[in-house]
Design a protein around this ligand. Sequence first.
Ligand code: ADP
Ligand code: MG
Ligand code: MG
Length: 255
Amino acid sequence: MSELVISNLHVEVETESGPKEILKGVNLTVATGEVHAIMGPNGSGKSTLAYSIAGHPKYTITSGSVTLDGVELTELSVDQRAKAGLFLAMQYPIEVPGVSVANFLRTAKTALSGEAPKVRTWVKDVNAALEKVGLDGTFAARSLNEGFSGGEKKRNEIAQLELLAPKFAILDETDSGLDIDALRIVSEGVNRFTEAGDRGVLLITHYTRILNYIKPDFVHVFVDGRIVEEGGAELADQLEISGYDKFVQAAKVDA
Ligand code: ADP
Ligand code: MG
Ligand code: MG
């Protein structure tokens, strides 16, 4: 078993009027074998949490730590974090003109494993992974994310997840902008990933609908840069009925 441990994480960003604290002490432990859902309203800092764990330079960690099996990730480069077993599916994946999906995957796999995958089996693996998410063979030749529809971006990320097989996947609003078929395909991909072995998932969303397909072991309500409530899958059902307002009001009183 592996563990991703986030302790008392404080993060700020630089704004025109000076530094602004976005994460105000986040504590969360994700073990492999577990699916954790982070749910919270727009602007509560969910993407900031994802980017901070992944090592985006825009976010400054002012205190706290993020460790993977005891290794301090915050001192590692983005590449080193990936090598340690971390994968981030971004809410808005970047477009990389001139780099094909196939080449990107091969480069990423090579960087992770330290050796280039064998061409023949790799092409087969890539095609199989794309096919599972409903993308055909010609997709591998397209420039990464360039002109991809919202659904294609998310399907492609799930194919990446399958091929790169990280220990921990952080999926930031993987469900946003998906129609019902794409939502089901993407969810099935996440479920295959978690069932394939010793893996953990941090699923960030503000909708409860993806949780009809992916059953979280734990649900964390995220408001104003903190986790304000924790529970099991039933907490998501409660949010579906009552929304975030109760938690937002309580966070205001505490602030
Ligand atoms: P969420 O993903 O939950 O919608 P974000 O992490 O994207 O929230 O943003 C949290 C808060 O941080 C928002 O109020 C947002 O405006 C602010 N924020 C994020 N990045 C910056 C930035 N570079 N400059 C100023 N404010 C920022
Ligand atoms: Mg489980
Ligand atoms: Mg976000």
